[in-house]
Design a protein around this ligand. Structure first.
Ligand code: UDP
Length: 327
């Protein structure tokens, strides 16, 4: 297949590009390189444009033949989304609207969309399946939910197909490919814990230990980034056979508390990670754990790296490489 990958220079996007190339697909990356990295670009063409520029987008896609688009490019920080809501709506909702319009103008009919567990808000059940109520408690989650709703409407009114993959907590790295996570500023737990261990950054703050969970810290479902990548490959393969509108939750189905994640990071690093307890972070539900049964049943997908220790180890290997080679 020939596939367009928006945000292919970003964290999940670059791992998915790697997986697609390994399967023999031809990949073109579309990225404005605002948060993506040149070092993450692989052996494929790069189109450097911004999704907010519809005219340029239409011009660039016109006459090109793609079997589908995997759409990662987005703003994805919960805190930032609270402070800059219009920027989030413009990028995530406006950018995706432009992309769909440009795809339709170029007769490209299949889209795999990066969605998120943040569309669910506070869970009302232990495991979150696709039918769980959607009530996002932050702007980032709102923008992703609006896009899902738009895509459902587009598929209902045309030949367009869309698959929404809702990531729980993406983590880990592909050490063999020298790919991994690098956000500035970094807000995520595992890289922050590893950077604190390396002593190069601020000490780690644990955001709240008074949640209604076994050890009082938030519980999340950490999913290896290579498992997210393989889910995208499975999704686009499945869409070649069938598919109009589909949603899938992607996680391991196991929850780990912040303290358990710090312990896994300490094991990977081989030393204690200093942290202080701070107040809760706004917009954080106590627990988020996925049921991914539907993805297993319908996409034939299963995570291959589901231990938190393996995830933390791969992230630590990446952190050492990043620091020594790229930083
Ligand atoms: N967290 C923390 N300190 C940090 C970053 C995150 O205690 O420096 C907590 C955060 O409150 C949440 C969990 O770790 O309970 C996972 O947060 P992360 O930002 O990695 O992912 P999110 O769940 O927001 O997608």
């Amino acid at each position: 297949m020939t596939l367009l990958v928006t945000g292919g220079a970003g964290y999940v996007g670059s791992h998915t590009v790697h997986a697609l190339l390994a399967q023999g697909h031809e990949v073109v990356i579309l990225d404005n390189l605002s948060t993506g990295h040149k070092w993450a670009l692989q052996d494929c063409e790069l189109i450097t444009i911004d999704l907010r520029d519809e005219t340029n987008l239409v011009r660039n896609l016109k006459g090109r033949s793609f079997d589908g688009v995997l759409h990662f490019a987005a703003k994805s920080l919960v805190g930032e989304s609270k402070n800059q809501p219009t920027m989030y709506y413009q990028n995530n909702v406006g950018g995706t609207t432009n992309l769909v319009r440009a795809m339709q103008a170029a007769d490209i009919q299949r889209l795999v969309f990066s969605s998120t567990a943040a569309i669910f808000g506070n869970p009302v059940s232990d495991l979150i399946d696709e039918a769980h109520p959607k009530a996002p408690i932050n702007v980032y989650g709102q923008t992703k939910l609006v896009v899902e709703q738009m895509l459902e409407a587009v598929t209902a009114s045309s030949d367009f197909s869309a698959t929404c993959l809702r990531y729980f907590n993406a983590a880990g790295a592909n050490n063999a490919a020298n790919l991994g996570e690098w956000h500035e500023p970094e807000t995520h737990l595992i890289p922050n814990a590893l950077r604190a261990a390396a002593g190069t950054e601020n000490p780690l703050t644990l955001f709240g230990d008074d949640y209604p969970t076994p050890d009082g810290t938030c519980v999340r479902d950490y999913i290896h980034v290579d498992d997210l990548a393989s889910a995208h490959v499975a999704a686009i393969d499945t869409m070649m056979e069938s598919g109009v509108f589909g949603t899938y939750n992607l996680g391991n189905g196991n929850g780990y508390s912040v303290k358990e994640v710090i312990a896994a990071c300490e094991k990977a690093v081989g030393s204690e990670i200093p942290f202080t307890i701070g107040p809760r972070r706004e917009g954080d539900p106590a627990t988020l754990v996925a049921s991914s049964q539907k993805a297993r049943d319908e996409l034939g997908w299963a995570p291959a790296h589901d231990s938190i220790e393996e995830i933390a180890q791969s992230a630590w290997n990446w952190e050492c490489y990043r620091r020594d080679t790229l930083a």
